[in-house]
Ligand binder design. Structure first.
Ligand SMILES: [Zn+2]
Length: 127
């Protein structure tokens, strides 16, 4: 059975899970998506003072054991875990993907934004 994966670092908000899942299956040739969640994931990763060692440990399992081929970070509209305007979220997403890329230089890192219509937009990919 084919087992090509990516790793998605998403908010825990239930509203964004299916839109993001569908977007990834449409835009990446993968069989499965490993999902790591935190409340306000983009803000957590963008905050240099926030200890992300548990997130990095989960990424390590996903990459080394599950052979994930790429990483994605998601921010979304009306996030209660990271209550900020869209512009701030976009800044957080960029900072977040740069921080993840710093730890996983071998993997592409994509930033996604889920807008007020619950549509997924690609912000940037660092190859
Ligand atoms: Zn959220």
């Amino acid at each position: 059975m084919a087992d090509i994966r990516v790793t998605c670092l998403n908010c825990m908000d239930g509203r964004v899970q299916l839109p993001v899942h569908h977007w990834i299956l449409e835009h990446r040739k993968v069989d499965f998506i490993d999902v790591i969640t935190e409340a306000g994931m983009d803000g957590v990763l963008a905050d240099a003072n926030h200890d992300i060692s548990e997130i990095l440990y989960s990424i390590e399992i996903s990459v080394k054991m599950n052979k994930s081929i790429g990483l994605l970070v998601v921010g979304h509209y009306d996030c209660r875990g990271n209550p900020n305007d869209d512009k701030t979220h976009h800044e957080h997403i960029i900072k977040a993907i740069e921080r993840v890329k710093y730890h996983w230089k071998t993997h592409s890192v994509t930033g996604l934004w889920v807008n007020s219509n619950w549509q997924v937009e690609e912000i940037k990919t660092i190859e």
